[in-house]
Design a protein around this ligand. Structure first.
Ligand code: CP
Length: 315
């Protein structure tokens, strides 16, 4: 694995999830493997879980970590080649990525979608530019279109809750007052493609995701029908893909509540967090014993640790 930018960079999902599970049993089993290695964590956007869990994962392996809030602590980056840099962008990605590579052995980056320019977001300009100009592996901590560390943690959570062949997993859209990106949904879908499950996506009309990502997966526009018999319900908001970046509706009709969950097969509830209570899901769902959201957050550490260990194993 040269970089970890999408789940496609992993050759064997099951193997890396098994590794994450074994690291969870004994987090310090390889505490010297990353000795004298440095992981740089660059954040262009806020984070709670990713920031802490990725550092913890690195520290469990003996890494040093360096964290930087790039958006307000670093020089603004220019990504275009051949420009006269007269504006507010003081440093070119060519130098910035090369310089980070002098101090770090790996660099993990969070850079969300702009949600204003679909073409630029889909080109993953920040992550791909770092990958192009850095001489060290780049790890995605949520980019414009993908959140693979979250999807690995979700795969581990499904495994721990014994997702059985042909069980029903539903990804349901939920309302949110702000425009949110597609990254979590995209990576969850990519991960679910590799599970032996009945997988259904449900959302209101107009909220179709990138058809290249959802190709072949059943889409149900009736949320209650989709939830019937579900064993796992993953809830997530995303903005419109076709009317890129727009919020088409914010009413409560699609919020997940305990009444809707009664249509399921006593389903486990999943969400990547952060979640807006009583907007995305009702208190009763989040506070139910069936909610796995804290376990998902815990599993972020072991998912990141498995990725870092895989890099070390093949260095
Ligand atoms: N799920 C997730 O990535 O959380 P943070 O945005 O807090 O890192």
């Amino acid at each position: 694995m040269e970089h970890f930018i999408t789940l496609d960079d992993i050759t064997d999902l099951y193997k890396i999830v098994d590794l994450a599970a074994s690291l969870k049993q004994d987090p310090f089993a390889f505490e010297k493997q990353g000795k004298r290695k440095t992981l740089g964590l660059l954040f262009f956007n806020p984070s709670l879980r990713t920031r802490l869990s990725t550092q913890k994962a690195a520290q469990n392996l003996g890494f040093n970590t360096m964290v930087m809030n790039f958006s307000n602590e670093a020089w603004a980056l220019e990504f275009e080649d051949g420009t006269e840099m007269r504006g507010i962008r003081s440093e070119h990605i060519r130098e910035a990525a090369a310089v980070v590579s002098q101090y770090c052995d790996f660099v993990a980056i969070r850079a969300f979608a702009s949600l204003t320019d679909k073409e630029q977001d889909e080109a993953e300009v920040v992550l791909r530019s770092f990958a192009k100009y850095a001489s060290i592996p780049v790890i995605n901590m949520e980019s414009a279109t993908a959140h693979p560390l979250q999807a690995l943690a979700d795969a581990l959570t499904l495994k721990e809750h014994h997702l059985k062949p042909k069980q029903k997993v539903v990804l349901t859209w939920a309302p949110h007052p702000k425009a949110l990106p597609h990254a979590v949904a995209n990576s969850f879908i990519r991960m679910m493609r590799q599970q032996d499950a009945e997988f259904v996506i449900t959302h209101p009309e107009g909220y179709e995701l990138n058809p290249e990502i959802t190709r072949g997966i059943p889409i149900e526009y009736d949320q209650k029908k989709a939830l019937e018999g579900a064993d796992f319900v993953y809830t997530k908001n995303w903005c419109s893909y076709t009317q890129y970046g727009e919020v088409l509706r914010t009413d409560a009709e699609w919020m997940l509540n305990t009444e809707k969950m009664q249509h399921s097969n006593n389903a486990k509830f999943m969400h990547c967090l952060p979640i807006r209570r009583n907007i995305v899901a009702a208190d009763g769902v989040l506070d139910s014993p069936n909610s796995l959201v804290i376990e998902q957050a815990n599993n972020r550490t072991y998912a990141a640790q498995a990725v870092l260990k895989s890099f070390l194993d093949h260095a």
